[in-house]
Design a protein around this ligand. Structure first.
Ligand code: ZN
Length: 198
């Protein structure tokens, strides 16, 4: 009886060694996934710091704060994913969404990158698809609530995150009591791109 028990113990030890290695690999992969991108590019082809208003992030607009930036470019300019990630949302203009044609891609560090008012979404995208950084996801347009005469073509670009961000600074509640909390769950794209916020 005693011998048998010993044997079983030995077997277990062997497995726990492998388990330890697997857990370590999992931790390394998880840590990599948790660390955000160091610096993201401007998602719109040929666009740089001159293509958007540097005050537009969290600017009071209508009945809410503007949660991203509007990158202005000619109709049809390619929009590329700023990160590797999974397509988690696809909105189409024909369904009447204010966003018009829009794509959301979940990248590292729980960050979801949202591109809206596109004239078209790349036809190869579908929910759950893994896209690579630099891949064309759509083209600049003015669909959704941007479809008005006085609104030029632009890509609304915002970054949502589940890990609170303190880089943005705090804001006085203006529209509802959650205003202060809400800002913590958005990343300022201007900072993420490494541009100046002024
Ligand atoms: Zn916008």
């Amino acid at each position: 009886m005693k011998k048998k028990k010993k044997k079983i113990k030995k077997k277990k030890k062997g497995w726990s060694g492998w388990k330890t290695i697997m857990v370590l690999i999992a931790i390394v992969l998880f840590a990599f996934w948790v660390v955000p991108e160091r610096r993201i590019p401007n998602p719109v082809d040929g666009c740089g710091p001159d293509s958007y208003n540097h005050q537009s992030f969290w600017y009071p607009w209508g009945d809410h704060f503007h949660r991203g930036i509007d990158i202005f470019a000619a109709h049809g300019t390619p929009v590329r994913s700023v990160t590797d990630g999974f397509v988690v949302k696809l909105y189409t203009a024909d369904k009447g969404w204010p966003s018009g044609n829009a794509v959301e891609i979940l990248g590292r560090s729980t960050r979801a990158y949202y591109y809206a008012h596109l004239s078209e979404i790349d036809s190869e995208l579908y929910l759950g698809k893994y896209v690579r950084k630099g891949q064309i996801i759509g083209k600049v347009g003015k669909t959704g609530n941007a479809d008005r005469a006085n609104v030029p073509c632009h890509c609304h670009f915002s970054i949502h995150t589940w890990i609170p961000q303190f880089q943005n600074g705090f804001v006085k509640p203006k529209y509802h009591r959650w205003d202060l909390v809400e800002k913590l769950f958005y990343v300022n794209p201007i900072i993420a791109m490494g541009d100046s916020v002024n």
